[in-house]
Design a protein around this ligand. Structure first.
Ligand SMILES: Nc1ncnc2c1ncn2[C@@H]1O[C@H](COP(=O)(O)OP(=O)(O)OP(=O)(O)O)[C@@H](O)[C@H]1O
Length: 344
């Protein structure tokens, strides 16, 4: 009989908004112990998950599982690239962009089941200014919000949304030059997102065409917009069609350099960092083994847009009639418009 594979679970106690004990209880009950033996570690400070994962990999651990969100995955993933140790995910963050892109179930039982099946694939990763990312990185408004979010001391969707709506009233778009494989282009932009995965998290698809295995990053540039563009932009962000909006420009490349007028913040997988005027962003193909469902389900649900939107702002269950869903969507857009146009 084959030797059991070793799993190290790393729990980030501050990720998301929920307690983690129920997940640990489920691991004990549901993990296939004929296949796996496991240990559980809790992080004690930011950066700790990287150290635990590096040590586990050096000691021959087969799979390191993140129990957390994209920040925890980032810490673990950067220690596992180009090793034989695979990353596993039990999604437990505020956004869970990478897990959602990979169709890893959002419930712990489903995610443990995915680990039990043990199917592995190998994904690309990116580097911005020396910092690895697996989901998205970027400059402009989203980086600015990630900084505010880090400072707010609270996590969760509502905190993020409050920060986003409040700050977008006063945020000033900057001028950037993007040096890509074809030359240099100049944009005044609200944000530039460089995407390995298609979404920021919470099914907010900033780069709907992005693939984790094509060796390319999808770059989305959001040009300055008015408050009247917000409903369409938010609709399209959750409907996987933001690339069709006239305020959006897109390109794909292996490597770009973003030139800006002064040093400032950028983000990698939602965590803020201060960087220089010039930021090199590059995709490295096939560098991280990861446990995923074997055949991601690409279900088409005409109501998924509204589901995504309401998941983002509100956890109340949706009612099922079409008329009701339409009314909910109109109301949601009205709320976004009202909050964006409200002065302090
Ligand atoms: N014990 C700890 N104390 C303080 N910070 C920690 C600790 N463990 C990890 N961190 C930091 O917590 C940050 C947030 O974690 P994570 O991104 O997983 O959760 P999230 O922000 O709620 O989810 P998501 O990124 O999916 O929105 C990470 O950047 C990580 O560096």
């Amino acid at each position: 009989m084959d030797a059991k594979k070793k799993i190290t679970f790393i729990v980030n106690p501050i990720s998301g908004t929920h307690g983690k004990q129920a997940i640990l209880d489920l691991i004990e009950k549901k993990l296939d112990l004929t296949k796996y033996e496991y240990t559980i570690c809790r992080t004690e400070y930011a950066g700790h998950a990287s150290e635990i994962a590096r040590k586990a990999s050096e000691e021959g651990c087969d799979i390191v599982v993140a129990i957390g969100g994209d920040g925890t995955i980032n810490e673990i993933g950067r220690s596992l690239v180009h090793t034989n140790t695979a990353l596993g995910i039990i999604p437990c963050g505020s956004g869970n962009g990478l897990a959602r892109h990979l169709h890893i179930p959002m419930d712990a039982k489903g995610a443990i089941d995915t680990l039990n099946k043990g199917f592995q694939t190998t994904i690309d990763y990116g580097i911005i200014d020396g910092h690895l990312f697996f989901c998205t990185c970027g400059v402009g408004f989203d980086a600015f919000v990630s900084l505010k979010f880090a400072d707010s001391g609270k996590r969760g969707l509502l905190t993020y949304l409050e920060n986003t709506l409040h700050e977008s009233l006063t945020y000033r778009p900057e001028t950037y030059e993007i040096e890509n494989s074809e030359g240099t282009v100049k944009y005044k932009a609200f944000l530039i997102a460089c995407a390995n995965a298609s979404q920021y998290g919470n099914n907010a698809y900033i780069a709907p065409q992005a693939s984790l295995t094509d060796g390319l990053m999808n770059i989305t540039i959001l040009e300055p917009f008015t408050v009247l563009d917000v409903p369409a932009l938010s609709f399209q962000l959750f409907n996987k069609t933001i690339d069709q909006n006239s305020r959006i420009k897109t390109m794909t490349d292996k490597k770009i350099i973003i030139h800006r007028s002064k040093e400032g913040v950028f983000h990698f997988d939602g965590d803020p960092m201060i960087g220089g005027k010039d930021l090199e962003v590059e995709i490295k193909p096939k560098g991280l083994h990861i446990i995923t469902p074997e055949k991601p389900k690409e279900t088409f649900d005409p109501f998924s847009l509204l589901q995504n939107l309401t998941d983002f702002v509100d956890k109340r269950p949706l009612t099922t009639t079409l008329a009701h869903r339409h009314k909910q969507l109109v109301k949601l857009n009205q709320n976004i418009l009202r909050r964006l146009s409200k002065k302090d």
